[in-house]
Design a protein. Structure first.
Length: 424
């Protein structure tokens, strides 16, 4: 039997922060914010191996304890409240108080036992996506096991025979439970040290939601017309930046359990796709890219050398996925002369606003009253003004001479390296 106290004290993840007193007072194993750890922290794993832990921006790593050579984890499926960005909190479902659930990290060869407690009002199950395991551990409710009823705890135990970027998610009432945010990373580090050491190892879960402006609960019946797009269940400007030191080798692991594919694009770099949830890609089979398409039900790892300082945009390249709540059934007013029309229409529709004639960017600066609990379509403030972004967007911040991976603020470009206004 695992006590929460035991679990926390034995947890290497908790040791990283030394935050025992903070952790013990809570009813849930608390998030360990790996974003603020020191540069290139090497966390010795207690079985004699070492690896650099992954960073889950806006998320955390799941603590474990040893039990006779078995690494024991505990996931609790439950409703969670998640702030997507300042001004919007959503009634989601997830694990251990979070969506995505805390990242599981283990090492190839480890024997793992994962206890899954169901605190939802309906049954669930948990599937270890891409993990090679005995059939009865595969977690498909009805097919390989009974559903986990509310209040029940099931144990899954298997030996890790691979390494790579895997996921966990329910295999029960799937359409609803994943749409509500039940998903998480399962990272398996290689047994042998990697050929090329990776200094910064991020993982980002993609999800999309339909949350009627003014409400707080995602509508899981929506099949195509989503209005909020998230990295680790946060929408820009709520997404944490990815901070790297000049010269770091960076890996970004991206997972997708949404209904759409997401071509994730990085500015300022050429990267290679080094792995999928099927395993590592041999170097001879890798090719350079600037965008990686991440289809539903897959993961993609990308790697690059952080050799260009700056603030580099990192975002989905589907243009509607880098904005927040909007209606998609609005009339197209681009190029339509609206002079004098606004007043006439307002006689019939008092709230009518003439806009869109020359483009939509005015949305970014307009101070329109928003419904309760939603996010402006385009928002975020940069060093040069409004960013006009939302959704699946964050910034890779590469800096020389940093001693922590805390947010270093905006990039100060060297003189003469910024596009200039031509005045004559
Ligand atoms: Cu997208």
């Amino acid at each position: 039997m695992i006590t929460r106290r035991k679990m926390l004290f034995s947890s290497a993840a908790a040791l990283l922060t030394g935050g025992f007193s903070m952790l013990l007072g809570r009813s849930q194993p608390e998030a360990v914010d790996t974003q603020t750890t020191q540069p290139s922290p090497i966390k010795p794993s207690t079985n004699g191996l070492s690896y650099i832990p992954v960073v889950t921006p806006n998320g955390s790593t799941l603590p474990w304890e040893w039990d006779n050579g078995v690494k024991v984890f505990h996931l609790i499926a439950e409703p969670v409240k998640r702030e997507f960005a300042s001004g919007m909190t959503v009634n989601c479902w997830g694990y251990n108080g979070q969506t995505p659930g805390p990242t599981i990290e283990a090492v190839e060869g480890d024997r793992v036992r994962i206890l899954v407690t169901n605190k939802l009002a309906e049954h669930t199950s948990i599937h270890w996506h891409g993990v090679l395991l005995p059939n009865g551990m595969d977690g498909v409710g009805g097919l390989t096991q009974k559903q986990i009823k509310p209040g029940e705890t099931y144990a899954y135990e298997f030996t890790l025979r691979q390494h790579g970027t895997q996921m966990y998610h329910p295999h029960a009432d799937e359409m609803l439970q994943m749409a509500m945010g039940m998903e998480g990373f399962f990272i398996i580090h290689p047994k042998e040290p990697e050929r090329t050491r990776v200094d910064r190892d991020f993982c980002i879960f993609l999800q999309e939601w339909f949350i009627e402006p003014g409400t707080s609960t995602p509508n899981p019946a929506i099949m195509t017309d989503f209005n909020i797009f998230t990295f680790n269940s946060r929408a820009f400007p709520g997404t944490a930046p990815l901070v790297a030191r000049l010269g770091d080798r960076v890996r970004i692991r991206i997972a997708n359990l949404s209904m759409d594919s997401h071509p994730i694009h990085l500015h300022g770099y050429s990267f290679t796709i080094t792995g999928t949830d099927g395993g590592p890609i041999s170097p001879s089979a890798q090719w350079p890219e600037t965008s990686v398409n991440v289809p539903p039900g897959t993961t993609r790892d990308i790697e690059f050398m952080a050799n260009a300082p700056g603030d580099w945009a990192f975002h989905c390249h589907k243009n509607h996925h880098v904005m927040n709540a909007m209606s998609h059934d609005i009339p197209n007013m681009l190029g339509v002369k609206q002079k004098g029309v606004e007043q006439k229409v307002q006689n019939l529709l008092p709230d009518y606003m003439a806009m869109g004639e020359s483009g939509m960017s005015e949305m970014a600066t307009m101070k329109m009253p928003l419904p309760r609990n939603t996010l402006p379509m385009m928002t975020g403030e940069g060093p040069f003004g409004p960013l006009e972004m939302g959704g699946m967007f964050t910034v890779l911040k590469v800096r020389e001479d940093i001693t922590t991976y805390d947010d270093p603020g905006w990039y100060q470009p060297p003189k003469g390296t910024v596009a200039w206004l031509v005045t004559d």
